[in-house]
Design a protein around this ligand. Sequence first.
Ligand code: ADP
Length: 260
Amino acid sequence: VEATGRAKFDAEGKPYQFSGILQDVTEEYQLQVRKDEFISVASHELKTPITSLSASIQILQKLVKTDPSSDKVPMFVNKASNNLSKLTHLLDDLLNVTKIQQGQLALNINRFDLVELVKDCCEHINPLHDYEFVFLGDEELMIYADYRRIDQVMINLIGNAIKYSPHKKRIEITVLHDDANATVAIRDFGIGINPQKLPHLFDRYYRVDAFGHQFSGLGLGLYISAEIINRHNGKIGVHSEVGSGSNFWFTIPLDDPSIS
Ligand code: ADP
């Protein structure tokens, strides 16, 4: 609690009266602590791909001089390219947060098949085909929404489902609709989330046990996803149990926003 005001003191110098404002700063304080943590997490997250990228480029520079037709060249080019994508993704997230805070996350609404988007996204995010995706529900569902932004939400949610279920490689994705809304649910069978942590999950910079866990990340994906879904007038949420896995879901209203 933070106090601003004036105290009156007795002859011994002990305060006996206070007039002013007492303000609960715990939330502000927690955000500040998370911001401080974030800077050290972000520096580390950026440093890892940069270090790896510089190493690949150094090796490639050497190979170009000594053995340009070496069969190692494609591998290092691939490595460099993967690390560059990681960096681009991290920077995109940081730029998105700035946009959100400045109220500049503009939507570009188009009409598209949500099921097709979901399947394409799974295909791209799982190039090794080591995760099994099970698709349930509708076979086609045309919606009005921002294709790129919904794709971004799917990449975040499926990316998390993969990241946080290293030993259970099955992910169920359900697309359903009723009269008013489309609903997408992404169910994994991974580590799950402690119920106490659930209320903070969609907050900026929030990561469960930021330093304790072995998974990389900035703690921005769910915050950005929630903002995107809110901008579509949809809802986002999660059911989860430690050890059994998580089920993240979101809804998108079915009506054409340009008509209403
Ligand atoms: P991060 O970059 O840390 O993954 P997110 O905003 O995407 O950030 O997620 C916030 C936190 O929520 C994560 O740090 C993780 O602890 C938890 N989380 C998100 N998705 C899952 C999931 N599918 N299973 C378990 N924990 C999850």
